[in-house]
Write a protein of this length. Structure first.
Length: 394
C-alpha cells in the first residue's frame, strides 16, 4: 500500500514536471531567438554550432527551470487529485498530507541533486564553453573574411593583401600588410606564409608570419629601416568585438566551485573583492534548496485549488516563482550594497518560503480558514484569470 501510494504520486507529478521543463525552457530561450537568427542568417553560422550554443546555454536556464517545473508538477498533480476527490479519500483512509510529502520530497530530492550539480559545475563549464565557441565563430568569420587577391580594409588601421589561402582561410600565402595603427610610424610587412591563430590570454587574433621582411618608416621621413625575419607575430584586434569586453572575461559567475573557494581564501582582508565571491557562493547553495521549498508549497496549493487543469497550475507556479525571484534579486542587491550580511540577504527568500510552506501545510491539513488563506486564494484566482487565454479551456 505504502509503495503503491508513493509510486502513484510520483507518476502523477512526473508528466506535468516534464511539461513544465519544456515550456519554461522554451520561454527562456525565446530571449535568445533573435541572437540565434543573427548567427544563422547574418554570420552564416552552421547548424551544428548553433546547436552547441543552445546546449551551452541550457545549464544556466536549468538552474531556474528545474525548481519551477517541480512546483508546476506538484501543483497540477495534487490539483487534479483534489478535484477528483482522491485526496479526500486518502485522508478518510487515514493518510495525512504530511504522509503525502514523502514521495513529493523524494521527487524534490532528485531535482535538488540535478540542480546542485548544474549550479556548481555545469553552469560555469557551459558559460566558458559558450564564450570560447562565440570567439571561435568570430575568429572563423574573420579568417574567412580575408579574401585572396583583394585589399582587405576590415581591420582598423591595417590593409591586408593575400595572394592565396587554404579552404578554411586560416593558412595564408603571399602576405602583404600595410600597418598604420601607430601615428608616428608606418610599417609594411611582406611574408611568404602566414597563419591565423588564437591568443588565449587576450582573446585576440595573432597573425603568425614566416620568412618575410618588415619595413618601418617614421612619419614625414623618407628614411626607413628594413628587417628580415623568419617568424613574426602580429596582433590583430577583432573589428566586431572588444577582446576585453564582458563577453569574454571570466566573471565570478563563471567560476567553478573550487575557484570560488580559492577566491574566498585569496580575498581575505579585501572586502570589495570578497563580497561578490561570497554572494555567488551562497547563491549556489541556496538555489537548489528551492526544489524542496517549491515542492512543499505545491502540495497544499494544489489541494486548495480544488480544480484540475494545467493552465491553472501554470498560473499558480508563475505567481509563486515571480515572488521568489523578486525576493532573491532584492536580497542579492542588499548583499552587494552591504546593507545586510551576505548569509542573511541571500537566504531571505528561502527563509520566507520555508515559513510560508509550513503555514500552508498546517492550515491545509487542518482545514483552517483564515483571512490570510482567503486573500491567498483570491490572488491565485486573479493570477489564473490573467494567464488564461480567452476561448481556451483550463
Amino acid at each position: 500500500m505504502v509503495k503503491l501510494l508513493d509510486r502513484y504520486v510520483l507518476t502523477e507529478v512526473g508528466p506535468p514536471f516534464l511539461l513544465g521543463m519544456g515550456v519554461f525552457t522554451f520561454l527562456f530561450l525565446m530571449n535568445q531567438l533573435i541572437h540565434l537568427a543573427d548567427l544563422i542568417l547574418v554570420q552564416g553560422v552552421g547548424t551544428w554550432q548553433v546547436f552547441k550554443v543552445l546546449a551551452y546555454t541550457l545549464p544556466s536556464l536549468a538552474v531556474f527551470t528545474i525548481p519551477m517545473a517541480v512546483l508546476l508538477g506538484v501543483v497540477v498533480a495534487f490539483g487534479r487529485m483534489s478535484a477528483d476527490s482522491e485526496v479526500t479519500a486518502l485522508r478518510a483512509a487515514g493518510v495525512s498530507l504530511y504522509r503525502l510529502l514523502l514521495p513529493v520530497n523524494l521527487f524534490a530530492f532528485v531535482a535538488f541533486v540535478f540542480t546542485a550539480y548544474t549550479t556548481g559545475y555545469l553552469v560555469p563549464q557551459g558559460n566558458q564553453a559558450l564564450k570560447r565557441l562565440l570567439y571561435e565563430i568570430v575568429r572563423e568569420g574573420i579568417g574567412g573574411g580575408i579574401k585572396q587577391h583583394i585589399f582587405n580594409n576590415d581591420f582598423a588601421g591595417m590593409t591586408i593583401y593575400i595572394n592565396s589561402t587554404d579552404v578554411t582561410g586560416s593558412t595564408l600565402q603571399g602576405v602583404v600588410i600595410h600597418d598604420e595603427r601607430t601615428a608616428d610610424r608606418l610599417q609594411t610587412i611582406t611574408a611568404r606564409r602566414g597563419t591565423i591563430r588564437q591568443d588565449p590570454g587576450t582573446f585576440r587574433l595573432l597573425l603568425h608570419l614566416e620568412d618575410g621582411t618588415l619595413q618601418q618608416t617614421a612619419a614625414g621621413s623618407d628614411r626607413f629601416r628594413l628587417v628580415e625575419f623568419a617568424d613574426y607575430d602580429l596582433a590583430i584586434e577583432l573589428p566586431a568585438i572588444d577582446p576585453n569586453s564582458h563577453r569574454f572575461r571570466k566573471r565570478v559567475k563563471d567560476y567553478s566551485m573550487q575557484e570560488l573557494r580559492e577566491a574566498r581564501v585569496r580575498t581575505v582582508g579585501d572586502a570589495e573583492k570578497r563580497l561578490p565571491v561570497e554572494v555567488e557562493l551562497h547563491r549556489r547553495y541556496a538555489l537548489p534548496v528551492t526544489c524542496f521549498l517549491f515542492a512543499s508549497m505545491g502540495l497544499p496549493l494544489g489541494v486548495r485549488s480544488r480544480r484540475s487543469g494545467k493552465s491553472s497550475g501554470f498560473a499558480t507556479a508563475i505567481g509563486v516563482v515571480l515572488v521568489y525571484y523578486l525576493l532573491m534579486a532584492s536580497g542579492e542587491n542588499l548583499a552587494q550594497s552591504g546593507t545586510l550580511p551576505v548569509v542573511l540577504a541571500v537566504w531571505i527568500p528561502n527563509l520566507v518560503f520555508a515559513a510560508a510552506a509550513v503555514w500552508l501545510m498546517v492550515h491545509t491539513t487542518y482545514d483552517v480558514p483564515t483571512r490570510g488563506s482567503r486573500i491567498w486564494e483570491r490572488l491565485i484566482r486573479l493570477a489564473r484569470r490573467l494567464t488564461t487565454v480567452p476561448g481556451m479551456g483550463r
